[in-house]
Design a binder for this molecule. Structure first.
Ligand SMILES: *Cc1c(COP(=O)(O)O)cnc(C)c1O
Length: 399
C-alpha cells in the first residue's frame, strides 16, 4: 500500500483486500500446508520468485504474505520475511549474512538470547564476533576489521534502554563494506525508521508491540528485495522457522491498532516515568522520553514515539521483587513486553553478566552501571488507565 496513506490507514488496510470469492471484508486464515499446483511445478525453491503461485506453506502462504505486506508498508521497506519468533528472524539473518572467516560487531548489551548465541554458537561456526557498546562510535570504529560483514545493534536496547545513533553507525558499516542490522523491537515503526537512516535490515519481534496482545510469537526481517529474496530461500525456507498462519493472522489483527496503541503506551509511560522519578524509594528512572535520559538529545532526534518501556531502580531490588509479586493487583510480574497488559520484571546485573553479557573493557562495565546499577526493574507500560498503574506501583513500593 502506497506510503501516500498515513501510518494508521496502512496499519488497517495494507496487505488486505476483500476476498475475491466470498467478498469477506476481513481476511480469512489459510491453514493449508499444501496447495494444488499445475503439472509443470518444480520441486526446488531455487528459481522461486516472490509472487509465484502458492506451493507449500513453509515456502509461502497467503495469510503470512498478507502479514508481510502489512509489515513492509508500516516500515516503508521493499519487503519483509516473517518468522515463527523474533529469535527465528535473528538466527536466519546471522546465518544469511555471515559465513566462516567473517567478522561481526555486535552490541554488547542486547536481547539475552542473541547475546548468548553470539558468545558461543556463532563463534563455533568460525565467525568472529566483537562485542562493543554501540552507543560509543569510537568503540565501533575500532572494532571494525577487514573481514567485518555485519554490525548488529538494538536501539533502544533491551534491557537498559541505551540508544545507538543509527545513521552514524550505518556510515561506518558501509565505509567498511559491511551491512547494518537494527533490532527495532522497542522503537517500532511509529518511532524510528532504521532503513531511512541507512540500515540494511530491520528486525522486529512481532511478539511485542506489533502483535501487541501477548498471544502470538512472531518475528520479521525487513529490508531490500536484493537481500531478502535470497534470504527467504536460504535461511527462512531451508531452516524452517516459518510462522504459523494462525499466528500471522493474530499479529495482523493486532497490527491494525498498533499506531493507536503506541500513542497510549507513550502517554502512560511518560506519566509513570515522571511519577517514579519523584518517588522517594526510587533511585533512578531511565526512559527515552525523560530529559534525564543520558541520551535524551539523540532520543528526540531518532524517536518520534518514546515507546512504553522504562526501567527503574530501588536500593533493595531482589526484596522489592518479592513485594511486587505479593502486592501488585493490576500489573503482571512477568517477562516480555509490548503487550496491552502492563508487565514488570526484575533483572539482576550480576547474574545477567554471568549468563549473557560479557564485557571486556572498563568503559563497557561503566556504561552498564550508569544505566542499570546493580539491577533494574523493567516495566512495560500497558494500555490500562495510568492512574490505576500508579496506584498499583504505589501499593507495590510501600514497605
Ligand atoms: C523479545 C525480543 C526478541 C526475541 O523475540 P521472540 O519473539 O521472543 O523470539 C528480540 N529482540 C528484542 C529486542 C526483544 O525484545
Amino acid at each position: 500500500m502506497s506510503i501516500k496513506y498515513g501510518i494508521s490507514t496502512r496499519a488497517v488496510h495494507a496487505g488486505e483486500r476483500p476476498d475475491p470469492f466470498t467478498h469477506a471484508s476481513s481476511p480469512d486464515i489459510t491453514m493449508s500446508t499444501t496447495f494444488a499446483v499445475d503439472a509443470d511445478t518444480g520441486f526446488s525453491v531455487e528459481g522461486m520468485e516472490e509472487d509465484d503461485a502458492w506451493i507449500y506453506t513453509r515456502w509461502g502462504n497467503p495469510t503470512i504474505r498478507k502479514l508481510e505486506e502489512k509489515l513492509a508498508a508500516l516500515e516503508e521497506a521493499e519487503t519483509a520475511v516473517a518468522f515463527a519468533s523474533g529469535m527465528g528472524a535473528i538466527v536466519a539473518l546471522l546465518l544469511h549474512v555471515l559465513k566462516s572467516g567473517d567478522h561481526a560487531v555486535v552490541s554488547d548489551v542486547a536481547y539475552a538470547a542473541l547475546s548468548e548465541m553470539t558468545n558461543e554458537m556463532i563463534p563455533s561456526l568460525g565467525i568472529e564476533v566483537t562485542k562493543v557498546d554501540t552507543s560509543d562510535v569510537e568503540a565501533v570504529r575500532k572494532a571494525i576489521r577487514r573481514n567485518t560483514r555485519l554490525i548488529y545493534v538494538e536501539t533502544p536496547c533491551n534491557p537498559i534502554l541505551r540508544l545507538t545513533d543509527i545513521s552514524v553507525i550505518a556510515g561506518l558499516a558501509h565505509e567498511a563494506g559491511a551491512k547494518l542490522a537494527v533490532d527495532s523491537t522497542f522503537a517500532t515503526p511509529v518511532s524510528t525508521k532504521p532503513l531511512e537512516l541507512g540500515a540494511d535490515f530491520v528486525i522486529h519481534s512481532l511478539t511485542k508491540y506489533l502483535g501487541g496482545h501477548g498471544d502470538a510469537l512472531g518475528g520479521a526481517i525487513l529490508g531490500y528485495k536484493a537481500d531478502l529474496v535470497p534470504l527467504r530461500k536460504k535461511t527462512s525456507i531451508r531452516l524452517g522457522g516459518t510462522i504459523s498462519p494462525f499466528n500471522a493472522w493474530l499479529v495482523m489483527r493486532g497490527l491494525a491498532t498498533f499506531p493507536l496503541r503506541m500513542r497510549v503506551h507513550q502517554e502512560n509511560a511518560l506519566k509513570i516515568a515522571n511519577w517514579l522519578e519523584a518517588h522517594p524509594r526510587v533511585e533512578n528512572v531511565i526512559y527515552p522520553g525523560l530529559p534525564s535520559h543520558p541520551q535524551y538529545e539523540l532520543a528526540c532526534r531518532q524517536m518520534k514515539n518514546f515507546s512504553g518501556i522504562l526501567t527503574f531502580r530501588v536500593n533493595d531490588g531482589k526484596e522489592q521483587a518479592h513485594r511486587f509479586v505479593e502486592k501488585l493487583q493490576v500489573i503482571h510480574y512477568a517477562v516480555s513486553l509490548g503487550h496491552h497488559r502492563s508487565l514488570l520484571f526484575y533483572l539482576d546485573s550480576e547474574s545477567l553478566q554471568q549468563t549473557s553479557f560479557r564485557f571486556s573493557t572498563q568503559a563497557q562495565t561503566d556504561s552498564w552501571n550508569k544505566y542499570a546499577g546493580r539491577g533494574l526493574f523493567r516495566l512495560s507500560v500497558g494500555l490500562e488507565d495510568a492512574e490505576d498503574l500508579i496506584d498499583d506501583l504505589e501499593r507495590g513500593l510501600s514497605l
